[in-house]
Design a protein around this ligand. Structure first.
Ligand code: DUC
Ligand code: ZN
Ligand code: ZN
Length: 491
């Protein structure tokens, strides 16, 4: 017995039409008018939209960052994602320094044992020794088709141009995609200590240490290397006009370059959010930094005209108030204890968060929450505000990421044979975003108080009902790994 979704408005990247949709087992088996109920369960979708589950290709669950870890893991992060209408994501495995790519993958597979929604992995190279570069093509056997490199975070994750260029040549040969975090880490490494030495320690100076020019310069460098090698490139989290201009030039030249922005970069500003008093600005510290209202408009245009293909989150959340005092006392008394042992003692104990950088912006863990909010906020400010059509929304939130990252048509659309990852979306439902009610494991929400009209009232993954109103029906271990296909078009 299957489930017939009756009389819904089906939205894909190319169409919007009223029809029924039949799910049998984990996949969609029929779409059309008047599908017979034939003993199937029936979900009446009159007045509702049916859309493919959202895909977020940029998350950092359970990520080690300096003295701490990001809060949401493959348990809490997955639940939050599904409540917000995201049913698949791709997380970044980090190669440990001195270790192999496989060493990183083994760690991330362990973290993902908790999975409740479907997920894939990108591989981040942090230590590009010759034997590590030789390991790159073997990642295809593990279903990983994407290699991420950071041009920023000197002395932590940064790779130099030599490594970037060599990785691109190898990836081109192997049929893989290179992803870059584009910021000039050498310049950042000069600006940061200069600001601190001048007593500029507040969160707002994070933006001054990573100005738009260093993002534009690095993006242009990566784009030109893509043109030179022919290696497909995907630039993550583009934030500002200089970077978009550099990137647009690559597309005009016909280079195989694609890119995303993240939802926060349409909304937050240095002058209002990062400058907020009483350390509130720390809530908005991420890299690249949030920018200006003018940049928001540049990003909306870049989505509208197809320059950017996807809106992700870079979800990487830290407590604003992690309670550093008790943690410092406890860790001094337990030299071999880690935050996990600390937290296990009492649900109110928190790993360190943004307060690590109370006296020094450079010590604030970088990253923001957003996995649960992305689909809602983009619906309200993209579709309801008239900036994009519902079809464009599906394209950038689900279909394009599935295509670029080798998951299409299994994921990212509603079609016969596709996984039944389905959102039953009520365009009339009213919702107010708040940290009081969200499911992310973090004590603030970037969009606190934002009113949203339209939300997923039922969320299905591979035919199984995960979210039904406020109820959760997922289980740890039911999320599946998505081995990705090396073939992917350049969009
Ligand atoms: N930027 C962030 O803000 N957090 C995690 C990694 C990154 O590049
Ligand atoms: Zn990044
Ligand atoms: Zn990131």
């Amino acid at each position: 017995m299957g489930t017939v979704f009756k009389n819904g408005t089906i939205i894909t990247a190319s169409d919007m039409f009223i029809a029924d949709l039949l799910v049998e087992g984990e996949i969609i088996t029929q779409m059309g008018r008047d599908i017979a109920s034939d003993g199937h369960a029936v979900v009446d979708c009159t007045g509702k939209y049916l859309m493919p589950g959202g895909i977020d290709v940029h998350t950092h669950l359970d990520l080690p960052f300096g003295e701490t870890y990001s809060n949401d893991d493959f348990d809490t992060g997955h639940k939050a994602a599904a409540f917000g209408g995201t049913t698949s994501h791709i997380d970044f495995v980090i190669q440990p320094k001195g270790g192999s790519l496989m060493d990183g993958l083994v760690k991330w597979r362990k973290k993902a044992e908790l999975a409740q929604i479907d997920y894939g992995f990108h591989m981040t190279i942090t230590d590009p020794r010759d034997e590590v570069l030789a390991e790159i093509p073997s990642m295809l056997d593990e279903g990983i088709t994407t290699i991420k490199l950071l041009m920023a975070y000197k002395d932590m994750y940064m790779i130099d141009d030599n490594a970037l260029f060599r990785c691109m040549m190898i990836a081109k040969e192997a049929g893989m995609l290179i992803m870059v975090h584009a910021e000039n880490g050498d310049v950042e490494a000069i600006l940061k200590p200069q600001l601190l030495a001048a007593g500029k320690t507040a969160p707002v100076y994070h933006a001054a240490s990573r100005p738009p020019e260093i993002e534009g310069e690095a993006a242009y460098r990566a784009v030109m290397m893509s043109g030179l090698t022919g290696c497909p490139l995907y630039v993550v989290h583009m934030t500002c006009e200089p970077a978009i201009e550099a990137f647009r030039r690559g597309r005009e030249l016909g280079y195989p370059v694609m890119a995303e922005t993240c939802v926060q970069y349409f909304f937050m500003t240095v002058s209002e959010h990062l400058s907020a008093p009483d350390f509130e600005g720390a809530k908005y510290v991420c890299s690249p930094p949030i920018r200006t209202k003018r940049d928001h408009e540049v990003l909306w245009h870049a989505i509208q005209d197809g320059t950017l293909q996807h809106v992700s989150t870079d979800h990487c959340d830290f407590w604003w108030d992690g309670g550093i005092g008790p943690w410092r006392e406890w860790s001094a008394a337990h030299p071999n204890g880690d935050w996990a042992a600390y937290e296990a003692q009492d649900p109110s104990y928190r790993r360190p968060g943004k307060e690590l950088g109370m006296d020094n912006f450079a010590k604030i863990p970088n990253g923001l929450p957003g996995l649960e909010d992305r689909m809602l906020v983009m619906w309200e400010h993209g579709v309801n505000s008239g900036r994009i059509t519902p079809m464009k929304y599906v394209e950038v939130m689900a279909t394009n990421p599935a295509k670029i990252f080798g998951m299409y048509p299994r994921k990212g659309t509603l079609a016969i044979g596709s996984d039944a990852d389905i959102l039953v979306w009520d365009p009339q439902a009213e919702h107010v975003i708040s940290a009081e009610t969200h499911h992310m494991r973090v004590d603030y929400n970037l969009y606190e108080g934002m009113h949203i009209q339209g939300k997923p009232i039922k969320v299905y993954q591979r035919g199984k009902l995960l979210v039904d109103g406020d109820e959760w029906h997922g289980k740890n271990g039911e999320g599946q790994y998505i081995p990705r296909d090396p073939f992917a078009p350049v969009l």
